[in-house]
Design a protein around this ligand. Structure first.
Ligand code: DPP
Ligand code: ZN
Length: 859
């Protein structure tokens, strides 16, 4: 298996200007007739090499004459001696019901649907399946009228009719040339929600949402979210929708979250269906943000697309940034920012420290599906955000306008994007653009030195870029660091010089110094405000200075982060076996910080979350997993005990009357449930948990009670879980929460539990949501079970992956991630993990998805 390299990109030798597809749907033998208008792009006499996999070829014709001068290979079809411009007709047959990989055309609960990004279209027909070939699509679908009343494809429906054999047909036309990865087809029987959106220029757009029969009411929120997204993109970026109709279909079997196919988004039902009874606040949030994300792709992804898949962050980093800005405008900037940073610190930092480390624009890929990563998406969004910080909102908007002016209708590169941004202001982005090519998490260290003789304090900011698995040589980056400085009385002070802007300093060399003359030695630097760059920060602040920061910093994120740093420090004392290092004044300071924030449930709720085990791992080496996990637990317990009276008051004051999904209630509810989880460390929590569970009128509180019960004890947990299962046993989407809670439970018989869960009537190995809920939750979040000292957790995952890989390599490859992230652990544990990775690599039939990750992790 050889990797493809970014630097080997070559423009296609042929292009396809038009494609007419004709589908005759059948569960096991769907016929696909494809008629392509092909044009040679260069003068060479090259053969036409089309991509195609898992296809049964029935017929090839050129300009209406049968054509025989071709070879079929493992990966496609090579046609020799073809003319410079011609019509190519290819007839293939596919088997949707056997397609368990969920790429190409497959059946999801009786619904025909497609997933083509990145390279699924080649499982439908032979084609130039690459994003830089843009064609106009016409799609005819013929199917059984009774069972498939709805048949959809991209663009607008232009003709339809019935046949005498009980089938009907419809013809769709998409006026916008597009790459094959944006093609979609859906056919089935749905409940439908409809609405209209009038764009800012007065054009009326039909909105249509298709959900499983009986789920109409659960789709209402998504439809409203869509309208909010459409309005927001007009207001903030001046971007209007461009077709007459926008459709969203929810399907139950889906590898990813959702897919932005032109005019016809296909969604994992998890990110469409939501109502008070069945969805948590977090679910509502995710639905709104994924709806927005896919909608925003219409411009950043579809109108301007990627030249090649190495450029994936061009559309994903940018679109994640856009959906983050939207979510922040819809609710609250602080909790949004914290959510984003948690993803970075828990998952992206881990990836960047692992063998899968790659720049946001990767250089080498074996299986593209492996690169839909937190690095490409979330670190990619952080890189866009830094540009936004540097250019300012206006400069950024000007750059975006220029990007669309230059590239609408084109397939372009990350360099093209940066160049458009460059044109907007005088800020030189040359050095900055290194963020696209360099992997790894930079470390930034803040240190102080005071010279009494000259009464001068020097703050030294050092950046360090360590070698990663994929790159041994590193360069200094261009890091925008938001920073403020507090004097002992809490007043702000400014350095003598050296700031790029108020509260912003640029680190563009190994060491940057800021000095304070005549202001004494007692100055606290508050660095990385709003998480202005995706870096790991270390500093010489004392525990009391973190508390000082919490009291006086202007930046809300820095205030939250100060408490997190302090927790981290405290947990370290437990981990080192000397919790007595945490003096009374620190416990007292934490108490007062919480007490002083009672009127702000948003920051309070976030501050009462102790850093996750995964986050704690990112700043440590040679970790003793169980000791660290226990240190974290014991600290949480002692914290809860120390402030139990206060926590009770907060719990009681954050009770809302009747449920609504709106920012103030969401913050208050979150605060209440975070407090309940902490209180679950103490005996008094039992009544609170039971009462909240039985009195709850919404899923957030129900789930909050279950999580607290999981923390509290096994008896209570099992009782409530059984009750929950009775109520929701026929609702797989809700039951996923139940599966996940069982799979993350800290208990010695966890593997037996997992085996039972796999036998549950609602579990299905074919369904990615179920698999993620059971196996994914266990591998990613069950610290004690997954990391069992005898290696049984690793073995369990490996056994499962060996099975799953045969049907769905894409999902298997996602779930192997925790096993590949052994770098921070003690050597004996690394050996156990590598042992299981070797078992995977020994499997001769391993998919290239798993092969790529496993072989790197063992290198
Ligand atoms: N392009 C999709 C998304 O991120 C993933 N396939 O929206
Ligand atoms: Zn996306």
């Amino acid at each position: 298996l050889v990797a493809k390299r970014r630097e080997d990109y070559r423009a296609p030798e042929f292009t396809i200007t038009d494609i007419a597809l004709d589908f005759t749907l059948d569960p096991s033998a769907t016929k696909v007739v494809s008629e392509l208008q092909v044009k040679r792009q260069d003068n060479a006499n090259a053969p036409l090499e089309l991509d195609g996999e898992h296809l049964q070829l029935l017929e090839v014709a050129i300009d209406d004459l049968p054509f025989g001068d071709y070879q079929q290979t493992d990966s496609g079809l090579v046609l020799n001696n073809v003319p410079d411009a011609f019509t190519l007709r290819i007839v293939t047959q596919v088997n949707p019901s056997e397609n368990k990989a969920l790429e190409g055309l497959y059946l999801s609960n009786g619904v025909y649907c497609t997933q083509c990004e990145a390279e699924g279209f080649r499982r439908i027909t032979y084609y130039l399946d690459r994003p830089d070939v843009l064609a106009r699509f016409t799609v005819k679908i013929t199917g059984d009228k009774a069972s498939l009343p709805t048949m959809l494809a991209n663009g607008n429906p232009i003709e339809q009719g019935s046949n005498t054999d009980g089938t009907h047909w419809i013809l769709w036309q998409d006026p916008f040339p597009k790459p094959s990865y944006l093609f979609a087809l859906v056919a089935g029987s749905f409940d439908q929600l409809t609405d209209t959106f009038v764009t800012q220029s007065g054009k009326s757009v039909a909105l249509e949402l298709f959900v499983d029969k009986g789920k109409r009411q659960r789709g209402e929120f998504a439809l409203e979210a869509l309208k909010r997204s459409m309005r927001w993109d007009e207001e903030v970026f001046g971007l209007e929708y461009d077709l007459d109709i926008y459709m969203i279909v929810a399907v139950d079997f889906f590898n990813m979250g959702a897919m932005e196919n032109k005019g016809l988004n296909v969604f994992n039902s998890k990110f469409v269906l939501a109502d008070q009874a069945s969805a948590t606040d977090e679910d509502f949030f995710n639905v709104e943000s994924v709806i927005a994300h896919e909608y925003f792709h219409n411009w950043t992804g579809n109108r301007v697309t990627c030249r090649d898949w190495f450029q994936l962050s061009l559309k994903e980093g940018l679109t994640v940034f856009r959906d983050q800005q939207f979510s922040s405008d819809m609710s609250s900037p602080l909790s949004n920012r914290i959510k984003q940073v948690r993803v970075m610190r828990e998952h992206q930092f881990a990836e960047d420290a692992s063998a899968m480390s790659h720049p946001i624009r990767p250089d080498e890929v074996i299986e593209m599906n492996n690169f839909y990563t937190v690095t490409v998406y979330d670190k990619g969004a952080e890189v866009i955000r830094m540009m936004h910080t540097l250019l300012g909102a206006e400069g950024f908007r000007a750059g975006m306008d220029e990007y669309f002016r230059r590239h609408d209708g084109q397939a372009v590169t990350c360099d093209d994007f940066v160049s458009a941004m460059q044109s907007a202001t005088d800020i030189d982005l040359t050095h900055f653009s290194r963020w696209y090519s360099q992997s790894g998490t930079p470390r930034v260290e803040v240190k102080r030195a005071y010279d009494a003789a000259s009464n001068k304090l020097t703050v030294t900011l050092t950046q360090q870029n360590l070698a990663t698995a994929d790159q041994s040589e590193k360069h200094d980056l261009y890091i925008p660091l938001q920073i403020e400085f507090l004097a002992a009385d809490g007043q702000h002070v400014a350095p003598d010089s050296g700031m790029f802007r108020d509260n912003l300093v640029i680190l563009d060399k190994p060491v940057t110094e800021l000095t304070f003359t005549g202001k004494g030695s007692n100055i606290t630097p508050v660095a990385l405000g709003n998480f202005s760059a995706p870096v790991k920060l270390t500093s010489d602040l004392t525990p009391l200075e973190w508390l000082h920061t919490f009291r006086f910093a202007n930046d809300a994120f820095s205030r939250w982060d100060a408490i997190q740093q302090l927790y981290n420090w405290c947990i370290e004392q437990y981990y080192q076996g000397s919790p007595q290092q945490i003096e009374k004044v620190i416990w007292q300071g934490l108490y007062e910080a919480v007490e002083a924030s009672q009127d702000n449930p948003e920051i309070l709720g976030e501050c009462l979350v102790v850093p996750s085990f995964e986050t704690l791992c990112q700043t440590r080496e040679n970790i003793d997993v169980h000791a660290l996990n226990e240190a974290r637990q014991t600290f949480s317990h002692d914290l809860a005990e120390f402030m139990s009276d206060l926590l009770l008051v907060i719990y009681q004051t954050n009770q809302s009357d009747s449920y609504a999904y709106e920012p103030a209630q969401v913050s208050s509810r979150r605060c209440k449930n975070v407090v309940l989880t902490l209180l679950a460390e103490l005996p008094l929590a039992e009544t609170l948990i039971t009462e909240q569970f039985s009195g709850s009128d919404n899923m957030s509180d129900t789930l909050g009670a279950l999580k607290a019960a999981q923390q509290f004890d096994l008896v209570l947990f099992n009782n409530l879980m059984n009750e929950f299962e009775q109520r929701w046993r026929d609702d797989p989407l809700v039951l996923d929460k139940w599966f996940g809670l069982h799979a993350t439970c800290d208990r010695s018989d966890i593997l037996a539990q997992l085996t039972l869960l796999r036998q549950h009537p609602q579990f299905s190995q074919q369904n990615p949501n179920r698999v993620r809920a059971v196996i994914g939750s266990f591998a990613f979040y069950n610290t004690s079970g997954f990391h069992a000292d005898d290696g049984s957790g690793y073995r369990f995952l490996t056994d499962y992956l060996l099975e799953l890989d045969k049907t769905n390599p894409q999902v298997a490859s996602r779930l192997v991630t925790p096993l590949t992230q052994w770098q921070h652990f003690a050597p004996s544990r690394q050996a156990l993990m590598r042992q299981q990775l070797s078992r995977l690599l020994d499997d001769a039939s391993l998919s290239k998805d798993l092969y790529e990750k496993v072989s790197k992790a063992l290198a």
